[in-house]
Ligand binder design. Sequence first.
Ligand code: ADP
Length: 484
Amino acid sequence: SELALKDATLLREECFIGGQWQAAAAGTTIMVTNPSTGARIAVVPSMSAAETRAAIEAAQAAFAPWSARTGKERAAILRRWFELIMANQEDLAVIMTAEQGKPLAESRGEIAYAASFIEWFAEEAKRVYGDTIPGFSSDRRIVVLKQPVGVCAAITPWNFPAAMITRKAGPALAAGCTMVVKPASQTPLSALALCVLAERAGMPKGVLSCVTGAAREIGGELTANPIVRKLSFTGSTEIGKVLIRQCAATVKRTSMELGGNAPFIVFDDADLDAAVEGAIVSKYRNAGQTCVCANRLFAQDGIYDAFVEKLALRVARLRVADGMTEGTEIGPLIDQTAVAKVEQLIGNAITHGGRVAAGGKRHALGRTFFEPTVIAGATPEMDIFREEIFGPVAPVFRFSTEEEAIRLANSTQYGLAAYFYGRDISRVWRVAEALEFGIVGINQGLISTEVAPFGGMKESGNGREGSKYGIEDYLEIKYLCMGI
Ligand code: ADP
């Protein structure tokens, strides 16, 4: 590999199973490439159901001693892991940009964000409180215990190669669970690097394993194996439904962070410049490849033209380049399928009368680079109204009334993030309460933080990650009725 790392041992081409680094069997590898250049970065093992089973069994063996430790003891190890992640922030960011493509500044940000979940849940490990409930008769006492769910599995996507792992492993390990992670095959190197640091932090063998390879086979074992008591998944709604179905056979608990179709509403009384900046961070971060990206922008009649004009001017200035180049704001898309989808959605929008106000085509840099795009005159007949774009394209829809905006915003099966800009305080409350979304940004385009609950309604999934609520997804409630 040609990556300039201060610590080259962070780049691993082996899986971490039961505390052992395990190489691929001959002929069973996945090549990891840089989406910006097409260059090969590394090869990682393509493991199968057998290695997955070994990881699950190691997690089972590790569970009793790990869960028996005090919260404070688990917290100390998690805290060391957090510190090691931050101490290696730059190398981890370089690995991430190489395999994922996002600008280095965003990778640095994601590493800090990823680490923040480990820090947060290290602190929460000590605060898993139960309850006492007044008895229903004088000779009964009622106590509620919170206990770790057990062996957990995580399947994670390529758009946040580090943070989607720590957001699950942090609360799981803090609660006393053990975990087997399957990262996305496009971005396994960030996951393996996190395991290197977990091992260095003193994580006992088997508490955290990472298996790279074929999604169907590994996912099949993780969902079918009765030892696994919970699956946490971040990815598409389509695959989430498959996994929920597979988990039904053994009635596993699930946490699902699935797709979104975020509305971004700008009312007549909004601060237009703030709305444009909010739209830029919400829509174009990670080249539009996040599940909370604004997907449908709605601008009210009175400011529609002004908003489109300001947004288009700002978008035309976004710097598109290789993620390693300082100052890059938009890197490449993850692969050609992503580019083809974006092209198709733009073509469909133009067929239905949409006007390209900025960008609109593949970028001159070639490969999977795409021009950041604004489409004016968008209408609900367009595919782009219903589908998650996952690319740097902002369709702007026109509306006249608050009721219309709410109806359009809610007319999707998704319910993850929503955003709106306006200053009328009564309307702010009305709209915030009417939106059927789990996360609402009000005069704010960037809403992700470890201290607040992240998660969706409707087909965007179930469960919440981060915050004091995040650890509940990894805890069972046990009711003790004591006769005295
Ligand atoms: P994305 O579009 O972000 O790649 P996916 O839902 O396809 O979203 O993938 C998210 C994660 O789910 C990845 O780690 C991928 O390898 C995994 N995955 C995809 N298909 C399956 C499957 N049938 N069973 C288990 N995991 C899967």
